[in-house]
Design a protein around this ligand. Sequence first.
Ligand SMILES: Cc1cc2nc3c(=O)[nH]c(=O)nc-3n(C[C@H](O)[C@H](O)[C@H](O)COP(=O)(O)OP(=O)(O)OC[C@H]3O[C@@H](n4cnc5c(N)ncnc54)[C@H](O)[C@@H]3O)c2cc1C
Length: 410
Amino acid sequence: MPDKNVKIAVIGGGAAGYFSAIEAATRGAQVTIFEKSAKVLSKVKISGGGRCNVTHACEYPSQLVKNYPRGGTKLKAAFSQFSVSETIAWFKNKGVALKTEADGRMFPTTDSSQTIIDTLAKAAQEGGVQVKLRTEVQRITPEAKGGFQLQIKGDQTAHFFHKVIICTGGNSKEKAYHWLQDLDLKVQRPIPSLFTFNVPDSDVKDLQGLSVPQATVQVPGTAWRQSGPLLITHWGFSAPAVIKLSAWQAIDFFERSYQFPILINWLGKDEETVRAQLIDIQQGEAKKQVSSKGQFGLPQRLWQRLCEKAGIPLALRYADLSKKQRNRLIENLVRCPYSVNGKTTFKEEFVTCGGVDLSEVNLKTFESKKWPGLFLAGEVLNVDGVTGGFNFQHAWTSGFLAGQAAAEAG
Ligand SMILES: Cc1cc2nc3c(=O)[nH]c(=O)nc-3n(C[C@H](O)[C@H](O)[C@H](O)COP(=O)(O)OP(=O)(O)OC[C@H]3O[C@@H](n4cnc5c(N)ncnc54)[C@H](O)[C@@H]3O)c2cc1C
């Protein structure tokens, strides 16, 4: 049963904070959002290149959880209650239609993140949510009789609330979590996720802007590999094959100080298939020069570079391609080696791997197991997804469930 007299503090005016505040207020609670900066929803504003990739067209929770390197199957209970279809319905109910792009990412049909901001701001206002800007909460003190006292920066008086929802987002600095550790909450070391690879001595840097649709990037000697589009940049490599790998191996790469070898399979095909197809090409195009036309759908300039790397002279015809040269070309096509040395944060989307350990919360309500009445939602938790709208989906889901549970009596 919702309790109309319950006073709820939501700390953080981001996606999770707004969603939890709106849900709690809709259920009759008196809600105040405390936001330390001068603006709310600032990440929503810049998200998805200004278009806001709200969620991902992924119907089943069992599939959805596969996109969260941290969180994973532990999120099933939450997604079974509020998932992608509920997000779509929620926004539709507020007059926002979402569209799905070919790769499954969902955006507002306006292609503007401002649509999402305006919708959240309006829903919060209609629910009577108070928003306090430039108000940083520095300490939460649980009261013996229930409820919490909030200490705000520059304010001597403590503020009492029956319930508190912490939605302070991710931060790659460990000290940003100290005030939560004061509540004896276990925090997993925060480090960045979703980044591109720097390859200072890349011999294809000058081909920046060229991409292949289905490459595989792997770290030799490990099972770490991801496939997908790959983009050559002036600093190394980017696009989903690399960014997905950065998310799944965020901790491994951090521990290697972002220095590790990679092998690129430009075609994402196994060696034997490539060999058989190349022999077919060699027989079918015997009189043509090997370098003259990009094969396997590779851009011509990249194909030519891989031929060069394999020591194939520019004028050499397929008929004169030796077995040794063919093998070297195959090696460059399926196991092209590079040395990663450093990372660059992906400009479209980056998140924190780490945060408050999921063992600290009830995964159906996001209520703290140690402190009843205290909830945590969004990126402050040790949950992060790959790119594609999964991070917001977690913010909506955890925010909604936390807001709903916090508004309940008790
Ligand atoms: C450039 C960029 C683009 C992105 N694009 C996408 C995208 O298109 N799709 C997607 O799914 N994900 C995207 N993400 C990730 C997504 O934005 C985050 O996962 C999501 O915003 C997390 O929401 P949150 O509410 O948990 O945290 P945040 O949005 O980070 O909000 C936390 C808020 O809490 C405030 N705060 C912190 N500490 C305190 C305190 N002590 N007192 C008061 N206030 C406090 C902060 O100022 C902040 O406003 C993107 C991220 C970036 C950086």
